[in-house]
Design a protein around this ligand. Structure first.
Ligand SMILES: C[S@@+](CC[C@H](N)C(=O)[O-])C[C@H]1O[C@@H](n2cnc3c(N)ncnc32)[C@H](O)[C@@H]1O
Length: 409
């Protein structure tokens, strides 16, 4: 039995982690980002300098940025291609002059390309003025078609365009999901935002933030980001990982594909149906076909789940498939960790249809069932931070549980 420790990570790091942001952390607005203090705390707790730290749900790369600052080589995996672009850009070493030059050339190319035939109208039209959309598409296709540019710099330009997309849209920039609030309706709808100007602004911000990251790193340890499914990590990761630090999606809390659908549409010419399909790969999204319920896996939480299933069988099946996914990820971690290697998994409890679900307890049980032992349990209260918006089931997440596991006893 391990005692639960309540901490305030913000207060703990107040002297060393600037509240107004540093390195590349504040460059983007990816939903449900980890706070840098949490990544730092977890990495220091489970690894030493030089150890390989893997984050299989890396999002925009907070663990990779903090890992780099702490001298750990890192590897990030995420199923969302926009997350992968952001994580790569935020942890990259690059030449700012070269990036600025490529950006200027891309804009020149896009100006020439601007009057290319527009694709037939579709759902994306709703989110931008015609002129804005034309320029965004011209910029995206110019970046894709430029021949004399390396993969790394092309990805940096793509990431900059991804960050610029929301700044040019009608959606309220304060909301993680594209959403036209009353304020956005009065201040943004019908207004032309110039994508070329916003793109230059974002490139400049990355040059400054990336420069700050480089200055803070004694010797860059190296980082890799892969697009893939955390449930099949063995495909991308070699065994003998030193540590895992990760925050999987919360149960039914956030649809990361919907939140990035505008970026996906501009960068990947993806349709609304495809966004929905991709959404079904997100752990906990409650989308897509539900697998047959494997009640053996949840046999130790029957009370909450059977109460839930009598109210809403679909929601109960979602809980089950979330837990099966978490089990697969923990199994994968156990198989890939070196003996004595450690894991920090950050989870939050949920409320579905009025049932309070003790997700952290279940994750502890799954962890021990696959061979881990819990050696620390830290709770950080979400106070003044951006909280993922509640979905239809009324999920409110108040605390984040940092569960620390060790391979072996
Ligand atoms: C809570 S966020 C991680 C945030 C991250 N720590 C950061 O600071 O940006 C969870 C991430 O898991 C990703 N994800 C969801 N299902 C996944 C899966 N099956 N495999 C890999 N990544 C997945 C989502 O795309 C999302 O980026």
């Amino acid at each position: 039995m391990v005692d639960v420790r309540a901490v305030s990570l913000r207060a703990m790091y107040a002297a060393t982690v600037p509240r107004n942001g540093y390195a590349t952390h504040r460059w983007d607005k990816y939903p449900a980002k980890m706070i840098p203090e949490m990544a730092r705390f977890a990495i220091e707790r489970v690894s030493d300098a030089g150890d390989l730290v893997v984050d299989p749900f890396c999002g925009c790369g907070t663990v990779q940025v903090e890992g780099s600052l702490l001298g750990r080589p890192t590897l990030g995996i995420d199923v969302n291609p926009i997350a992968v672009l952001l994580a790569r850009a935020k942890s990259a070493r690059f030449d700012a002059g070269r990036l600025r030059r490529h950006a200027t050339e891309a804009i020149e190319g896009a100006r020439r390309n601007r009057h290319a035939e527009a694709p037939p109208s579709c759902w994306v039209d709703y989110w931008f003025t015609r002129a804005t959309l034309g320029k965004l598409r011209a910029l995206a296709s110019t970046i894709e078609s430029r021949e004399r540019i390396s993969v790394k710099y092309r990805d940096l330009l793509r990431a900059c365009l991804a960050v610029a997309v929301r700044r040019c849209s009608r959606a309220d920039p304060r909301s993680p999901k594209p959403f036209i609030s009353a304020r956005a309706r009065s201040t943004r709808v019908g207004r032309h935002f110039d994508p070329f100007a916003h793109f230059v602004e974002v490139v400049e911000e990355l040059c400054v933030a990336g420069g700050d990251l480089q200055k803070r790193m004694a010797s860059p340890p190296g980082t890799v980001t892969i697009q893939g499914d955390a449930r099949h990590m063995d495909v991308y990761v070699d065994p003998s990982v030193d540590a895992f630090v990760t925050s999987p999606p919360y149960l039914s809390a956030q649809d990361y594909f919907r939140s990035t659908k505008l970026e996906l549409a501009i960068l990947g010419s993806i349709s609304g149906d495809e966004v929905r399909l991709l959404g079904s790969r997100i752990l906990g999204s409650g989308r897509g076909r539900r697998p047959r319920v494997d009640w053996d896996c949840v046999g130790w939480c029957p009370a909450a789940v059977s109460r839930l299933s009598s109210k809403d069988p679909r929601a109960a099946a979602d809980v089950n498939s979330y837990l099966v996914g978490i089990r697969d990820v923990l199994r994968g971690m156990h198989a890939l960790l070196r003996p004595g290697g450690m894991v920090c998994m950050v989870v939050g409890n949920s409320t579905l249809r009025g049932e309070s679900l003790s997700v952290h307890r279940w994750v502890v049980r799954i962890g021990s069932a696959v061979g881990f032992s819990l050696f620390d349990h830290v709770v950080d209260r979400i106070r003044d931070r951006r909280i993922p918006p509640s979905r239809s089931h009324g999920t409110i997440i108040e605390n984040e549980h940092l569960l620390f596991f060790k391979k072996g006893t």
